[in-house]
Design a protein around this ligand. Structure first.
Ligand SMILES: [Ca+2]
Ligand SMILES: [Ca+2]
Length: 374
């Protein structure tokens, strides 16, 4: 797109932009507006030294925006940016969306995109323009072996303005206004359900942008999705229903998601839906599918995670009036070692907390031998 056109209610899928011009696997736009669209499973790829490679940097696996182009109310899911045969920092830029110049992204959900191991921004790379009222999470890189939980940067900001977004694990040049680095609380991200569960930090936390009056599905925005006094817009492409409407929906939040050596986690269940009746909560803290704490008074619990690693947490809520629902979050509580080991000969196995498992894949700033203390 290069004129001031409008693309609406489109599905852009299974395209690629490869080799010499690896920009915008699904969409390449320098002007105009793309809105209420799904951009999924597109690819941009380049190679450094084969196919007569030009050394170009694959940018915008799903969407490449330059000039004055805008993306609104859209879902960008499962796109890839790949750089073969060349290994360097910044080898891919924005596996989901690349934003530059005066481009703008509003009310979009950017999830499950895959960038190079050393790429910048597996969800979004922004060098200019604006990213606002959006959710960028659960993107991943080659470093994750396909497990899109942690160890990646969802947003990499080199310029532009980033405000009113949910963007866990991101690299920003300034904190920005209204950004939240926490789990966005999708109903079931692993099954592709990107609607917002109750208690999501994205609900009623966006800022009003003129004209953004319907969501990706055509639902009126804003709705009051919390106990706020008036209806406020949500971040992302999908506006959450009111707490007392719709089918049973559950979510939980963890007051502090990361700790060193151990983590005493305070957990809060959130439940929404109509005609719920009485509720019973079943918490699973070790990911084995078997509840460890159960009770009608267990909406709020705490649990001590005392082993280093990433811990999955599950919650099932049984409602006397509306059935039951289950949610499992991978790596919802993360316990990091307070001592990391580093050597040329380590096996580089997370969490790198023994000499044998030392990190060995490090960029050396000096040619002096590494010394390791046990
Ligand atoms: Ca709302
Ligand atoms: Ca259990």
């Amino acid at each position: 797109m290069s004129g001031n056109g409008l693309v609406s209610n489109a599905v852009v899928s299974l395209n690629d932009a490869v080799y010499a011009i690896p920009f915008g696997g699904g969409v390449y736009a320098t002007a105009g507006i793309i809105t209420h669209s799904m951009i999924a499973s597109n690819l941009t790829e380049s190679s450094g030294n084969s196919y007569g490679g030009t050394g170009q940097t694959p940018s915008g696996g799903g969407v490449y925006l330059a000039g004055t182009a805008q993306l609104h109310n859209s879902i960008v899911f499962g796109n890839r940016a790949v750089h073969s045969y060349q290994y360097r920092m910044g080898e891919t830029l924005g596996a989901g969306v690349f934003i530059s110049a005066s481009a703008k992204v509003y009310h979009s959900t950017i999830v499950g995109n895959y960038g190079g191991e050393r790429g910048y921004g597996d969800g979004v790379y922004i060098s200019g323009g604006e990213l606002k009222n959006s959710i960028v999470s659960h993107n991943f890189s080659g470093f994750d072996s396909g497990d899109y939980t942690v160890n990646h940067y969802n947003v990499w900001q080199a310029g532009g303005t980033v405000s009113y977004n949910v963007l866990p694990r991101s690299h920003l040049i300034a904190p920005g206004v209204g950004n939240v680095a926490a789990d966005p609380g999708f109903v079931n991200v692993y099954a592709g359900d990107l609607s917002l569960g109750p208690g999501s930090p994205a609900i009623d936390a966006a800022t009003v942008i003129a004209g953004m009056d319907s969501d990706f599905s055509g639902v009126a925005r804003p709705l009051n999705g919390s106990d706020a006094e008036s209806a406020l817009p949500d971040m992302g492409a999908l506006e959450a229903q009111p707490l007392d409407a719709g089918p049973l929906r559950i979510n939980f939040t963890v007051a502090q998601e990361d700790g060193f050596d151990s983590l005493s986690a305070a957990l809060q269940a959130h439940v929404a839906g109509e005609s719920l009746g009485s509720l019973v909560y079943h918490w699973d803290f070790d990911g084995d599918g078997v509840a460890d704490i159960t009770g009608s008074d267990k909406a709020t619990v705490s649990h001590l995670f005392d082993t280093v690693g990433y811990h999955d947490i599950g919650l099932k809520v049984v409602s006397s009036g509306a059935g039951e629902a289950t949610i499992v979050k991978r790596a919802a509580a993360r316990v990091h070692p307070s001592v990391l080991y580093l050597s040329d000969a380590g096996t580089s196995e997370a969490p790198y907390n023994t000499p044998a498992a030392s990190i060995c894949r490090v960029a050396r700033l000096s040619t002096a031998p590494l010394s390791v203390t046990a």
